[in-house]
Design a protein around this ligand. Structure first.
Ligand SMILES: [Zn+2]
Ligand SMILES: [Zn+2]
Length: 567
């Protein structure tokens, strides 16, 4: 019996396209993790969806003369298309606009209200007299009271990462027109986060597996003391408040979007035909919940969502929150408002998915920010994917296909590969590769993706060295058996690589799986180091990757900042 793994992935905001920062930070690591566990035979549920509420979408809709639904539908479709092309394997990618999500959010709200964790209070809300609207926290900007960063938003400061409230900002201004907002009294509901200070402190102190950045940041907030937060807003686009007298208010998007992890699980269970199945991921102590998010989302997933879950009662708390740091682009901070980004749909319209998955994995911002550059993209593709791995696979498969009747080499004594015909060098390569295989599994289960991929690539390098020494291309002329043995060993290690690299490079691994003559999918074959059987029929091989022209570097760099992304 395997493990049961719930994977909650940050909900992308449906007001713009995905960029490489989202992919390196959140979607690729969660997908690698899910694919590894599925291959291992674990029960995996990976969910997310479009976060479709909040003021930015209503403002964008107004600016474009559209309805918010149109904006949201357009990006939701685009997200689904991107997941499919990049191979991000959600079990369910839904949206926060479903009736199911509203129902689960209402239930969550009312339960917390009945338990006294939500209370009503009159708070002063920023109102822009020029725009004639209440401003959501993100639409008010000013100077951070803690670090004096000048572009702090009303919900959070990007300078120091601290969550803040609009009233705390120094020199606040409406983000749309710059007018100084007035603070008007409005009745709202608040979540009693302060009541969870002790329980959260005790729980956080037990989380030894969290990454240091996640643990330290969480502790910093705890030490500063948790404050209650408003969970309703004066807007009309969003999940309604399930009480009379609040028809013109909506649940605040931070509150309902995190509930999406639970509502998505319920939706998945309903569509699977077993409505109660959500419980096995949320109420079974054995199930582990992982949340893949960017570093700007840490306090919401290590403090606020856990407090909401504690308040609700009987639901699993996060097991791990492997938040990544940020990706810079060509050495500069990624900025969607300044259009300094590489947009995913644009990339996918011109290049294959696996080279991007490779680059973003091998330089994943796990413990610090990392940079994406087109030069590095071309170099890693050509020197590593093509030269180290792709050529190894292609050279061996093509040679075997030609010289051994399209089959895995076999001869009388080869029934048990680990005995007589293998020499010390053969066994040395096999043993090292087996050790790497096992080690990679351990690294993947601990979310050390970069290190896992690097280790797999050293196996490819070792195999290239082995073939240089054995030189079956020459040996075949006077000792076919020796050539057969070393090619058999090489095919076996290539078969290990097919599995080891599958979580990172699913498209090329599946192709390789077929070239090697295996049936079905890599995932069905399982997380096991497996040699193809002697005599197994191969498929005519094609190169797994192609070399990229260095000329594209300059062309692509000059496109950054100039690609129309408002599709
Ligand atoms: Zn304004
Ligand atoms: Zn600050």
């Amino acid at each position: 019996m395997g493990e049961r793994i719930f994977i909650g992935v940050a909900w992308p905001y449906a007001d713009g396209p995905l960029h490489l920062g989202h992919i390196a930070g959140v979607y690729l690591p969660s997908d690698i993790f899910a694919r590894y566990h599925r291959t291992k035979g674990d029960e995996v549920l990976m969910v997310s969806g479009s976060d479709q509420h909040g003021t930015p979408i209503t403002i964008k809709a107004e600016q474009e003369g559209k309805k918010p639904e149109e904006i949201v539908n357009q990006y939701h479709q685009q997200f689904l298309d991107s997941w499919q092309k990049l191979g991000i394997s959600f079990d369910l990618f839904t949206r926060t606009g479903t009736a199911n999500h509203a129902e689960v959010s209402h239930n969550f709200f009312l339960t917390l209200l009945n338990k006294g964790y939500i209370y009503k209070a009159t708070g002063s809300q920023p109102f822009c007299p020029h725009c004639q609207r209440f401003l959501s926290d993100r639409y008010i900007e000013g100077t951070c009271p803690y670090c004096h960063f000048s572009g702090a938003r009303g919900d959070q400061c990007d300078g120091c990462g601290k969550p803040i409230t609009p009233a705390e900002l120094i020199d606040p201004g409406c983000k749309l027109c710059g007018t100084t907002p007035q603070f008007k009294d409005s009745e709202h509901f608040f979540f009693r986060l302060s009541a969870f200070q002790d329980r959260l402190s005790a729980w956080v102190s037990e989380q030894s597996r969290w990454r240091p950045n996640v643990y330290n940041l969480t502790n910093r907030y705890l030490k500063e003391g948790l404050r209650d937060r408003a969970i309703t807003r004066d807007i009309e686009w969003g999940v309604t408040v399930p009480l009379d007298g609040f028809e013109r208010k909506r649940l605040y998007v931070w509150f309902e979007a995190v509930i999406g992890y639970l509502s998505a699980t319920k939706e998945w269970a309903k569509s699977s035909g077993d409505e109660g199945k959500w419980r096995c991921y949320w109420q079974d102590d054995e199930a582990k919940s992982y949340y893949f998010i960017g570093k700007d989302n840490i306090p919401f997933h290590t403090l606020i969502w856990p407090a909401m879950l504690m308040g609700y009662g009987g639901l699993n708390l996060p097991y791990d929150v492997p938040a990544n740091e940020f990706l810079t682009i060509e050495g500069r901070k990624l900025s969607t408002s300044r259009n300094w980004a590489v947009w995913l749909p644009d990339y996918l319209s011109r290049y294959d998915p696996d080279p991007l998955r490779y680059l973003l994995s091998i330089s994943m911002p796990e413990t610090g920010d990392t940079d994406f550059s087109w030069r590095e993209f071309v170099r890693r593709n050509n020197d590593e994917l093509v030269a180290t791995y792709g050529n190894l696979v292609n050279r061996v498969l093509t040679f075997v296909y030609k010289n051994f009747d399209g089959c895995v080499p076999t001869y009388e004594d080869m029934g048990a590969i680990n005995v007589a015909p293998l020499d010390g060098r053969d066994n040395d390569l096999i043993n090292k590769s087996l050790a790497a295989f096992n080690h990679i599994g351990g690294l993947l289960s601990q979310c050390h993706f970069k290190q896992a991929l690097r280790m797999a690539m050293t196996v490819a390098q070792e195999t290239n060295r082995y073939l240089e020494e054995k030189s079956p291309w020459k040996a075949i002329k006077d000792d076919k058996q020796a050539a057969a043995t070393s090619l058999y060993v090489a095919l076996g290690i290539i078969s290990y690589l097919r599995t080891m690299l599958y979580p990172f490079l699913p498209f090329s691994s599946q192709k390789l799986h077929q070239y090697l003559g295996f049936e079905g999918s890599v995932e069905d074959d399982g997380w096991q180091p497996r040699f193809p059987s002697p005599g197994q029929k191969l498929l005519p091989p094609e190169p797994l990757f192609s070399k990229l022209d260095e000329g594209l570097i300059e062309e692509e760099v000059s496109r950054v900042g100039h690609v129309e992304h408002n599709l």
